[in-house]
Design a protein around this ligand. Structure first.
Ligand code: DHB
Ligand code: FE
Length: 283
């Protein structure tokens, strides 16, 4: 496996396959009135028409767009494309009402069912997993301060920026775990600090990035889903101070309140305190 390399097509098709394993996304919107579909579709198309008129888009450009869109589908990169350039606005809208943590995008690399490890545990990792060891302590509370018996699912890239199950040669649940807080809401997690992550550059999304003169970087981040009975699910990412891409994340998913404040231990490890506040479900 060691000589197998991660490719956009492989991680793209894995992300597409993963997305299709979830329950049908159409079920949740099956009662959407025609009027809303009509409104949204017309406004999106209208914005495209407006751009074409404003910038006098040519047939050559239109055909290149058509070819590129076909390639995005063929490479399985729709999850990548949407999660990088669209999801952050959906997330902002969805969590704007919250008094607790607002969250951040899920991205394409979440897998449910990671090993259950309790309140005080080390995430699955390889012998000698490279990267700065990270000890993370925190607690989960409701907006009124009540501690919550909660579930904290954590997943993140390794020190080379790769996710298990989406890059070859990494054990299935590497750097993926499900932690359960006690009734006091507390958890203590041992993992490693992930590296900054470059979205795959060898596929159609990479082609867009190169053609537009953008960069492909996301800052180093930890992904979490935090849930507790009677509370809204929190999907978030946590970032590290000083990362050059905190200010220009390709996925526009950094919020100041999600940047950790780790302190260096004597042994080269890092220690961080960060907890979560969940909003009760209304009504
Ligand atoms: C992508 C990858 C991520 O790790 C993430 O958090 C968001 C998006 C991506 O490759 O699309
Ligand atoms: Fe990620």
């Amino acid at each position: 496996m060691a000589n197998e390399v991660a490719t956009a097509a492989a991680s793209g098709s894995a992300a597409t396959e993963r997305f299709h394993q979830d329950k049908s996304p159409f079920d949740a919107v099956k009662d959407t009135p025609k009027e809303r579909v009509d409104l949204l579709a017309r406004e999106v198309l209208g914005a495209i028409h407006e751009t074409i008129r404003k910038h006098k888009v040519t047939y050559d450009e239109y055909n290149a767009l058509k070819a590129w869109l076909i390639q995005v589908g063929a490479a399985g990169e729709w999850p990548l494309f949407l999660d990088v350039w669209v999801e952050h606005v959906v997330e902002d809208v969805a969590t704007a009402h919250r008094h607790g943590n607002k969250g951040s995008i899920e991205g394409p690399y979440y897998v449910p069912g990671a090993p259950e490890l309790g309140a005080d545990a080390t995430i699955p990792m390889r012998d000698g997993e490279s990267g700065t060891p990270l000890l993370w302590e925190g607690s989960v509370t409701s907006t009124d301060g009540t501690p919550l018996a909660a579930t904290v699912e954590l997943w993140h890239a390794d020190n080379d920026g790769y996710y298990s199950q989406f890059a070859p040669g990494i054990p299935e649940w590497n750097l993926r775990g499900t932690f359960a807080t006690g009734p006091d809401g507390k958890f203590r997690i041992r993992t490693i600090q992930p590296a900054p992550y470059q979205i795959p550059t060898d596929g159609p999304c990479g082609k867009l990035i190169a053609a537009a003169g953008w960069h492909a970087w996301r800052p180093a981040h930890l992904h979490v889903k935090v849930s507790a009975p009677g509370h809204e699910l929190l999907t978030a990412q946590l970032y590290f101070p000083g990362d050059p891409h905190n200010d220009d994340d390709i996925a526009s998913a950094v919020k100041p309140e999600l940047i950790l404040s780790p302190v260096a231990g004597d042994d080269g490890s890092a220690k961080v305190d960060y907890g979560f506040v969940l909003d009760p479900v209304q009504g």
